[in-house]
Design a protein around this ligand. Structure first.
Ligand code: SF4
Ligand code: SF4
Length: 597
């Protein structure tokens, strides 16, 4: 044993290693990304780890290995689970042999996601058990238990931490002794082939299994009841439990407390013990009222009159992340305990800062080149998920839609069908191109839809922390693999007009876009320029004496390195990355560059 200060995601990773995980797959997405990266950093040498091209592929690779008896973990964020949901639903019927943990991090807030969706619904929908850690320490324990449980019931098991568990730190006793898990190898068996007749039998089996799981969960310490002889109860799941414990202590409240570590299936026996003698229960949980509904259904089935309160009764908010302050105030109000307003002492008010592309980001040049090329024309610009979604910010204003990964290309096709008299230009990043962009391009070619796809290739998955992808020629196993060339892929899809260019070679970039947009039929432009975090700029730029302070360099491109101070335009040297885009904007040639020493 050794004591370590760990972030929740690191605790999950070390717990998985301790449990003898053999294969880890995933697709990066905040707040889940560090789990796979921590396994990679601490790999004892025999764990196979990959960033897969998308979550569906990651789920299927992990499933194949689990069929063969390997302990596997697949990691993603909540919206990634939508992409992986097809194999997941069938896997719930087919089952696994080796323990398989589906680690899905939910993002209440949301801090970096397009939705606040709750993974526990997927657990209910697929009939797969879900564990909901309330602290990083518990996440370390739960991941190990999840592998055991998965092997016991031969089903994948969800671990669903939320942002605050993933990214907060705790001192944890880490058991350095790793469990050996031998892989048996794939054994041919009809159970691995899903047929309608088998699916029918399996459905009956998994419905029955829910009762067994509920009994198992009533016997484990992740679920527990504290306190008695009162009429009022509080149930709490996930990180909300930690806030409730603290709030009860602060308010000196006398309530019966139900810690729910397994929201689905609800441990009915433990829940029944908790409900005994209670008139009312207030349920705390982040995101949707999953435990609240399960408890209400349990009361209804037992014809018990305990009132279940929570989000549905307006006692707590549906949306947003919970905090200690929110929980404490809601509990005080509910229990009618007088308390002063609790100030959030941990997080001082910060000035509001608009999200913006980094200074020197080549995407700014790409967006600006397209904007200049399309000036005066009726055009719609569809965007996608990545740091380049920030192209929607003023003054660029170049992202008119953003739906989900890969949808920029297909949404452009839909708009084209509804509004044929405009030009339709879809932006997509290199990692997203491999993730779900390719089928959209195939669809445009197959249906001969006249759109232009602009692939913003900055040689990395920048938004989540520079993970490799098939276009980088690197893998998570420190191997160099064959780079998959985006141009060749687009050509193989049948796109008739494809041009590569450098967006920072501005004049030529504008011409490339004009020609691609004029082409009748699907066309593509691949703008290649690495993310600024990957290289050191060779040139630094400054404002020269002939500057007229017209501010065009500020109002056209919105580079955060250029500002207006004391009546003068200025380039902040510590922010400028030397991309040179501003020199193309200034009408007076008043921006100059010199070599960096
Ligand atoms: S100031 Fe000019 S050269 Fe420097 S990063 Fe901004 S646009 Fe690029
Ligand atoms: S565009 Fe040129 S002249 Fe106008 S403020 Fe910027 S540097 Fe000065």
């Amino acid at each position: 044993m050794s004591e370590k200060l760990l972030m929740g995601n690191e605790a999950i990773a070390l717990g998985a290693i301790r449990a003898g995980v053999n294969i880890v797959t995933g697709y990066p997405g905040t707040p889940s990304t560090e789990v796979l990266e921590t396994v990679a950093r601490n790999n004892p040498g025999d764990i196979y780890i990959e960033w897969s091209v998308n979550e569906k592929s990651a789920m299927e690779v992990a499933a194949g290995a689990a069929y063969s008896g390997a302990r596997t973990m697949v990691t993603m964020k909540q919206v990634g689970l939508n992409v992986a949901s097809d194999p997941l639903m069938s896997l719930a019927y087919i089952g696994v042999k080796g323990g398989m943990v589906v680690l899905v991090a939910d993002d209440p807030g949301p801090f970096s996601s397009q939705t606040e969706q709750d993974t526990r619904h997927f657990a209910r929908y697929s009939n797969l058990p879900v564990l909901d850690p309330s602290t990083p320490e518990e996440a370390y324990e739960m991941i190990q238990y999840a592998f055991e449980l998965s092997e016991m019931v031969e089903l994948p098991v969800f671990l669903r931490p939320t942002t605050r568990i993933c990214h907060s730190c705790a001192t944890i006793d880490v058991d350095d002794k790793r469990l050996e898990h031998k892989i048996e190898g794939f054994v041919k068996d009809p159970r691995w082939v899903i047929f309608p007749s088998l699916a029918y039998k399996k459905h009956i089996h998994i419905e029955e299994l829910q009762h067994k799981l509920s009994d198992i969960f009533s016997s484990i310490s992740f679920n527990k009841v504290e306190g008695k002889d009162v009429k009022t109860g509080v149930a709490a799941s996930g990180v909300a439990y930690s806030y409730v414990v603290e709030a009860i202590e602060k308010l000196n409240a006398n309530v019966k407390l139900f810690k729910v570590g397994t929201p689905y299936p609800l441990p009915q026996e433990t829940a029944s013990c908790f409900l005994e003698g209670l008139d009312e229960v207030l349920v705390f949980e982040e995101l949707d009222p999953v435990v609240e509904e399960e408890m209400a259904m349990l009361c209804a089935s037992k014809q018990q009159k305990t009132r279940i309160l929570g989000k549905k009764t307006g006692h707590l908010p549906f949306a947003g992340e919970y905090t200690f302050e929110l929980v404490c105030e809601a509990l005080a109000k509910y229990l009618n305990i007088k308390t002063e307003k609790i100030e959030n002492t941990l997080a001082p008010e910060l000035p509001v800062r608009q999200p913006v592309l980094c200074a020197g980001c080549p995407h700014r040049a790409s967006f600006y080149a397209v904007k200049m090329a399309m000036k005066g024309q009726k055009a719609v610009f569809t965007g996608d998920i990545g740091c380049y979604t920030l192209g929607n910010a003023k003054p660029l204003d170049m992202v008119d839609t953003c739906l989900c990964m890969g949808a920029g290309i297909t949404v452009a096709q839909g708009i084209k069908r509804a509004q044929p008299d405009a030009k339709h230009i879809a932006f997509i990043g290199d990692s997203t191109f491999f993730h779900t962009g390719i089928p959209g391009i195939v669809n445009a070619v197959y249906n001969n839809t006249d759109i232009t796809v602009v692939i913003l290739d900055n040689s990395t998955t920048a938004m989540t922390g520079h993970q490799p992808h098939p276009g980088t020629g690197k893998t998570m196993m420190n191997n160099i693999s064959e780079k998959i060339d985006i141009y060749t892929m687009v050509k193989a899809c049948g796109v008739g007009h494809i041009v590569k260019g450098n967006p920072l070679d501005f004049g030529s970039a504008v011409e490339i876009i004009k020609k691609a947009a004029e082409y009748q039929g699907p066309s593509a432009v691949i703008f290649e320029a690495p993310c600024i975090a990957l290289f050191k700029p060779p040139v630094k730029y400054t404002i020269k004496d002939n500057c007229k302070n017209c501010k065009k360099c500020i109002t056209d491109i919105g580079c955060p390195a250029i500002s207006f101070i004391d009546g003068k335009v200025n380039i902040e040297p510590s922010l400028c990355y030397g991309c040179g885009l501003c020199t193309n904007v200034c009408p007076f040639n008043a921006i100059g560059g010199e070599e960096n020493e």
